[in-house]
Write a protein that binds this ligand. Structure first.
Ligand code: 5GP
Ligand code: ZN
Length: 112
């Protein structure tokens, strides 16, 4: 998608603080953290929201929790705990229409 901010980050057209990458996902630090530690797992494939996930995406998503766990270990909060959040659509407050899962740890700083 040409005008999608996360597609531009994936292409490297917009800079980001990337902590992890594999064939299906990148993980970056959120530009406006809602928790002391706030990262985003972003699909490399442009999927607008959970509403746009298809059965064909099953393999893609099969590793998303192990990506979350790996990042939590690398960031040293696997032991203390963390939240994983996916917002879908307007009423959930989804601002960026490209699938992402929030990884949230430490103290809350603002509402998500
Ligand atoms: P949503 O509300 O769509 O679930 O979450 C979007 C998240 O993306 C927000 O927490 C917001 O701070 C973050 N975000 C928006 N634009 C950028 C950006 O250009 N870079 C980074 N790193 N995060 C962004
Ligand atoms: Zn996109």
């Amino acid at each position: 998608m040409n005008d999608c901010i996360f597609c531009k980050i994936i292409k490297g057209d917009i800079p980001s603080d990337k902590v992890y990458e594999d064939g299906n996902f990148i993980v970056i630090r959120d530009i406006s953290p809602a928790y002391k530690k706030h990262l985003l797992i972003i699909t490399k494939k442009h999927i607008a929201s959970v509403n746009d996930v298809t059965e064909n995406d099953g393999e893609l998503f099969s590793s998303i929790f192990s990506v979350a766990k790996t990042v939590a270990e690398n960031e040293n909060f696997a032991g203390t705990g963390y939240r994983l959040t996916v917002n879908c659509g307007k009423d959930a407050g989804q601002l960026v229409p490209h699938f992402h899962m929030h990884i949230l740890a430490g103290e809350p700083l603002r509402n998500l």
